[in-house]
Design a protein around this ligand. Structure first.
Ligand SMILES: NC(=O)c1ccc[n+]([C@@H]2O[C@H](COP(=O)([O-])OP(=O)(O)OC[C@H]3O[C@@H](n4cnc5c(N)ncnc54)[C@H](O)[C@@H]3O)[C@@H](O)[C@H]2O)c1
Length: 343
């Protein structure tokens, strides 16, 4: 039976997408090395879906292990999430990022080609867009990354374009995510980063829990309605549905095509904190500090192409993102880790 291979399926977006795929009737196989995730996430996906799937603990760069998975299963398409994603860490350890993110992609493409599997949905990011003073990005906006993580995504996109230009068998959908937040409404799966939280939303939830003293807001002198940076936050469940839509469209694309996955609406850092406080009843102290180099005032998706071609539109608002993200955090204050260590 044909199935979808999900790399990095135990991660934040991968676990929600694996669930959405199962719920939409796909059979799924997951591979993950659990470098930034926990196998417990997959057990919970199985429970939520009410059905099982196989998963393999392996590094996508391990050619023979990945090849064995392709020999074992009839894989019709791959959704490739497996990557390292911390911007600051990528600046400190660029080689690790290039080796992991590009190395994994190269090995994956080689193994796919060897098994006549030519359908790929690739996780890219809004960080590929060239920064501008105020921006609502269309997919044809100029690309330029300012850190090694972002460059791994640009290089990966170029590799995918070159490959599909060289061989018409390939059909690739590149999804550029804006700012994924929230969690499954059950509170059973969510974002559980290993180590320190780097993104605004996990920091807010940790401050609300009392695990961190305050949210540091980097700059309040940007040309935005309240001076703080504006981003396009998207509920991870909406994002997951975007992948299901991508699989439905993939036969119709020519070569490699990019799509923004965002809501098209921007919220400032202070908006997010205010809506989080209103939704959860928790106080989130914050302190304004210096701007961070590399940050832009506004980064919002133009989602028109995804709406028109993928037939996909984000439906959940910031209140739902805060409500669901908080439910996950309250029910799992230590992510998946404590469950494992206490069993
Ligand atoms: N979360 C975001 O804000 C965001 C935004 C834009 C793009 N993305 C991209 O989306 C994808 C998924 O992000 P996420 O937030 O779910 O991250 P995540 O860290 O939660 O998930 C990534 C998963 O990949 C696994 N992994 C990493 N390298 C691997 C390798 N070599 N072999 C096997 N498994 C490996 C990790 O263990 C983890 O489970 C990534 O490619 C990321 O760059 C994420």
């Amino acid at each position: 039976m044909a199935c979808i291979l999900v790399t990095g399926g135990a991660g934040f977006i991968g676990s929600h997408t694996t669930l959405a795929l199962l719920e939409s009737g796909h059979d799924v196989v997951v591979v993950d090395n659990f470098t930034n995730s926990n196998p417990e996430a997959l057990q919970r996906v199985k429970r939520l879906a009410g059905r099982g799937f196989l998963h393999y603990q392996l590094d996508v760069r391990d050619h023979s292990a990945l090849d064995a998975v392709f020999r074992q299963h009839n894989i019709s398409a791959v959704i490739h999430f497996a990557a390292l994603k911390a911007v600051g860490e990528s600046v400190a350890r660029p080689l690790e990022y290039y080796l992991n993110n590009l190395g994994a992609l190269m090995v994956l493409l080689g193994v796919m080609g060897a098994h006549d599997c030519f359908r790929l949905v690739f996780s890219s990011s809004a960080t590929v867009y060239r920064m501008a003073a105020e921006s609502s990005f269309r997919e044809d906006a100029p690309l330029e990354a300012v850190n090694p993580y972002g460059r791994t995504k640009i290089f990966a996109e170029k590799i995918l374009c070159d490959l599909s230009a060289s061989d018409a068998n390939w059909k690739v959908i590149i999804l550029r995510y804006f700012n994924p937040v929230g969690a499954h409404p059950s509170g059973m799966i969510g974002e559980a980063p290993q180590g320190t939280a780097n993104n605004l939303f996990p920091i807010i939830t940790q401050v609300a829990m009392g695990a961190l003293p305050e949210v540091r807001v980097y700059g309040n002198d940007y040309p935005t309605h309240d001076g703080t940076g504006v981003r396009d936050y998207i509920h991870v469940c909406d994002l997951a549905q975007g992948h299901v839509a991508a699989l439905s469209l993939i036969e119709q694309v020519n070569g490699a095509e990019a799509f923004n996955l965002g809501t098209g609406r921007g919220h400032s850092v202070l908006d997010v904190i205010r809506i989080f406080e209103l939704t959860t009843g928790r106080r989130v102290p914050c302190r304004i500090v210096e701007r961070r180099p590399g940050d832009v005032a506004i980064s919002v998706a133009n989602p028109a192409k995804a709406i028109e071609r993928l037939g996909w539109k984000a439906g959940l608002d910031l209140t739902a993102m805060c409500r669901d993200g908080w439910r996950w955090q309250e029910q799992n204050p230590y992510g998946y880790a404590l469950i494992e260590s206490t069993i």
